[in-house]
Unconditional design. Structure first.
Length: 253
């Protein structure tokens, strides 16, 4: 029996002309560059299988350094938008191909698993200490955090994992903000922002989403009771258990 011909995916190189230069004073250039590339993908400027311009051309088109561009592309790969092939370039993943997109995310998590585990362990210690030594009334902190949990649950229910990840980042930044220890606060903020890329990746895992929101609620409930120490312990447990869940997810059959 004659086998049907397999569809050939075109590997057309996309011109850097579809991108616009970023304002150097616009803030986080890596995040801004990733957002613009993602927008071009979602707007249909190019389709799955198409290769992005070379790093040099794309960096020139966006007006950023190649180091910043690489950070942007790593972020997009962690979200399943693109896939890098050594010696061939960076290709757009079919946004409608959920299996392939999920595989790219899983591969990214697996490659970075050890580094992410180290980062989570450090965040667990630093952020929990920031909560434990906070100067703000824990009940006031709880009241300020509740709307974030509601918004995060809504984002997950609506199928908006990137929004849920950004709310997660805001939640943790706000948790740490009450400490009067400025060096500790600066370190906590730096670690939370450093984990932004990982947050977007893990929030594509359904079981992670549900468990994270549930633990956020438990932390806020402890603060609402005025129990700052319990909230700090729950926060440390939250980080470590989430890391273990990602490991289990990657080790499944």
């Amino acid at each position: 029996m004659t086998q049907p011909a397999r569809a050939v995916v075109r590997r057309r190189k996309v011109s850097a002309a579809v991108f616009s230069r970023l304002d150097p004073g616009s803030g986080d250039l890596a995040e801004a560059a990733a957002a613009q590339i993602r927008d071009r993908i979602e707007d249909g400027h190019f389709g799955h299988g198409e290769r992005l311009p070379s790093e040099r051309d794309l960096a020139d088109g966006l007006g950023i350094s190649r180091a910043v561009l690489r950070e942007s592309l790593r972020s997009l790969e962690s979200l399943g938008y693109v896939e890098s092939s050594l010696g061939r370039g960076t290709f757009v993943v079919d946004p409608s191909d959920q299996w392939r997109s999920q595989r790219v995310i899983e591969d990214w998590l697996r490659i970075h698993q050890a580094a992410l585990r180290d980062l989570v362990e450090l965040r667990s210690a630093i952020e929990s200490q920031a909560v434990r030594g906070g100067g703000q009334d824990p009940r006031d902190l709880a009241r300020s955090l509740r709307p974030l949990i509601t918004a995060q649950a809504e984002a997950i229910a609506d199928g908006r994992p990137d929004d849920a990840a950004e709310i997660d980042i805001t939640f943790h930044l706000q948790l740490a903000s009450g400490t009067p220890n400025q060096p500790l606060l600066a370190l906590a903020r730096a670690l939370i922002i450093r984990a932004r890329q990982a947050a977007h990746a893990v929030y594509r895992v359904t079981a992670y989403q549900e468990g994270s929101v549930r633990q956020h609620r438990a932390i806020v409930a402890a603060l609402a009771r005025g129990d700052r120490d319990m909230a700090a312990d729950l926060l440390a447990e939250h980080h470590l258990s989430r890391s273990d869940q990602v490991a289990s997810f990657l080790e499944r059959d």
